[in-house]
Design a protein. Sequence first.
Length: 112
Amino acid sequence: MKKQDRVLFSDEVIAELSGLAAIESYGVVGMVDPSWARSVSRLLTRDHLKKGVRVSRHNDNVRVELNVIIEYGVNLVQVSKNLIERVTYEIRRHTGLEVTSVEVIVRGIREG
């Protein structure tokens, strides 16, 4: 039996890729930690973006939950669709993992 080489990616790396893709997407003002969402919508800085992302996996299948603040005045549905496509693309491009779902949870709306 031949040894099979693999590269493994931690959930933190996938969360960071997702957070970076999200914050660079049109209409996204910021990310918010879901544990803070009920009390104070505190925008996360670029260094802490992965706290606004939850990643779950089964084997090489990835599910991502994004907790975002969207810019006031933009089409929420279109921004969310674009965000899903961008995060899916970036994870696949950088890791080769299959993204089974990306869920966007809009936690607030703010002026950009």
